[in-house]
Design a protein around this ligand. Structure first.
Ligand SMILES: [Zn+2]
Length: 303
């Protein structure tokens, strides 16, 4: 019996060590973003964030898969370009508010399943008052979205200082997205003539069906974004793709809360020169314990 104890102790110690490594790996994986992705908040905390797919205020009517936190994540160069737009706008007393940034593939799948589920449209009909939800696949919802590559952003303008909007009430009956702003779900942005994710001809960026002031706001947003390399999608005044990106990959890692460590490292990296930043990013890659799953694919043009 005695002779077996060291072996038993060794087995216990080994399993404990394996458990600890596994836990460390899990904790590590929960906070890690794939290389070249950043939390927008870490780069520019002044850009408003109102991540609708992490809430009930979206066309599916509930938080989408993969949205475990209401955080904007983008490729670093895209976040930096957005920060430049924010700086440009400040002199005019305006700022940006993002509705959606990186979008996990599982969330895109959930959107597509929703269009085909055959269920009555109910309260979320307000997002597509004149179009059947099955028809949204033509022009509005795509299986391949630049959002999943971290190079697209849904964005609007806010006046500074930013006003607080009344909280969204998931049991309220809001007016259609084409109704006057006061009847739509609450939003502290400027009035763009329709709500965000309004699948309707009135959301075309150049629509003349909205008021003159709304047309000016849309043109101002599109102009400010274009100046820093973003291309607008003509059917949606809010959707922009960063044009200066090459071949891309789709990702499916979930959006999780930013850890204290990530908040710190973003603040530090912001003050480093490019060379140090590159060295730091290589260290991160070398230290990666668990790779984050993603799918590589060619991305055809589309929203
Ligand atoms: Zn979009």
């Amino acid at each position: 019996m005695i002779s077996r104890r060291p072996a038993l102790d060794f087995a216990l110690a080994s399993s404990l060590a394996i458990t600890l490594v596994w836990l460390a790996g899990r904790a590590h994986a929960q906070t890690r973003l794939p290389e070249s992705f950043v939390y927008l908040r870490g780069l520019d905390g002044t850009i408003e964030q109102d991540i609708r797919y992490a809430s009930y205020d979206n066309f599916v009517g509930r938080p989408l898969a993969g949205y475990e936190a209401a955080e904007c994540i983008l490729k670093r160069e895209v976040a930096a370009a957005l920060g430049a737009v924010q700086s440009d706008l400040r002199a005019s007393g305006l700022g940006l508010k993002v509705y959606d940034c990186y979008r996990p593939l599982r969330a895109v799948r959930m959107m597509l399943e929703w269009t085909r589920d055959g269920r009555a449209e109910g309260p979320t009909k307000r997002f597509h008052p004149r179009i059947d939800k099955r028809a949204l696949l033509a022009g509005y919802l795509a299986a391949n979205s630049r959002h999943s590559a971290g190079t697209a952003v849904d964005v609007t303008l806010v006046k500074l200082p930013v006003a607080a909007a009344p909280p969204f009430d998931r049991f309220a009956r809001y007016g259609p997205c084409t109704a006057p702003a006061a009847q739509r779900s609450p939003d502290n942005s400027v009035d763009m003539g329709t709500g965000f994710d309004c699948f309707d001809a009135e959301s075309r960026t150049s629509s003349r069906s909205v008021g003159a002031e709304q047309q000016r706001w849309r043109a101002l947003l599109a102009g400010a974004m274009a100046k820093r390399g973003f291309r607008n999608y003509h059917r949606e005044w809010w959707h922009f793709v960063y044009a200066k990106t090459g071949p891309a990959a789709y990702f499916d890692f979930p959006i999780r809360p930013m850890s204290a460590k990530e908040k710190m490292s973003e603040a530090v990296s912001d003050h480093r020169d490019e060379r140090t930043r590159y060295a730091a990013s290589m260290t991160v890659v070398q230290n990666a314990i668990q790779p984050v799953g993603h799918v590589r694919a060619r991305i055809p043009p589309g929203p």
